[in-house]
Ligand binder design. Sequence first.
Ligand SMILES: Nc1ncnc2c1ncn2[C@@H]1O[C@H](COP(=O)(O)OP(=O)(O)OP(=O)(O)O)[C@@H](O)[C@H]1O
Ligand SMILES: [Mg+2]
Length: 248
Amino acid sequence: MPEILTCENITKRFGGLIAVNNVSFSIKEGETLGFIGPNGAGKSTMVNVMSGNLKATHGSIHMDGVEITKMPPHVRVHNGLARTYQIPRPFPELTAIASVVAAVLCGKKRKNQSFDDASSEATHYLEFVGLFSKRNVIAKDLTFYELRMLELARALATTPKLLFIDEVMAGLNPGEANAAVKLVEKAKAQFDLTIFWIEHVMAVLVEAADRIVAIHYGEKIAEGTPDEVVNNDQVIEAYLGKGWRKYA
Ligand SMILES: Nc1ncnc2c1ncn2[C@@H]1O[C@H](COP(=O)(O)OP(=O)(O)OP(=O)(O)O)[C@@H](O)[C@H]1O
Ligand SMILES: [Mg+2]
């Protein structure tokens, strides 16, 4: 499989704190790449650098062979990259449908698209995530689960080929978390996505990921198949603990 995105020697500093330290890896077209590590390991920071929300201190990122290291986030979106946030970031006063229309119009197909077309496309994404009945509810009146789903609908509405998921399960009850995971997998199949997926529930990534990269204190400590990574001594020591399978 060709590489869709390559990060080379990415470092991100916040003043004296090195949140990501010289991390390199590639995402292959069509795969689900899991990204794991303890709280504060630098996972979200890495996603923020890859999506363009933060500037890398050092290193380079290529997407489809083109350097995107300094490209602003919206141009990355036009090139087919989308993301969700660990803590949903809605427009609080916009209805669900208006939020997704905005995403449709910001996506890579936006050229000369009429509002009516954007609106019917947005409806399709709201239906996909199960929020059709909430289309006229403003975001600040949605539940946390619904906000998560709105976040996913907005990302999908930009018609990405590469989607970063920064924890779809966090803060959800087990039933909701299960539904959210199923939806991500359904989206991957239906929209032909490559997925870069951060999640703390290892059993989910072991099942869903083709490969996993692990980081600790901002440094890559392992990369391989789920089986290789969960049996890696450093990953067990830094993150999983010896008995993790019992609690997964
Ligand atoms: N904007 C920022 N300014 C200063 N420090 C930051 C900023 N964002 C993150 N950090 C710090 O960088 C480190 C990595 O944080 P990050 O949020 O990337 O971790 P994470 O792996 O996503 O953790 P979690 O699993 O808890 O979400 C932490 O020490 C965090 O406090
Ligand atoms: Mg995080």
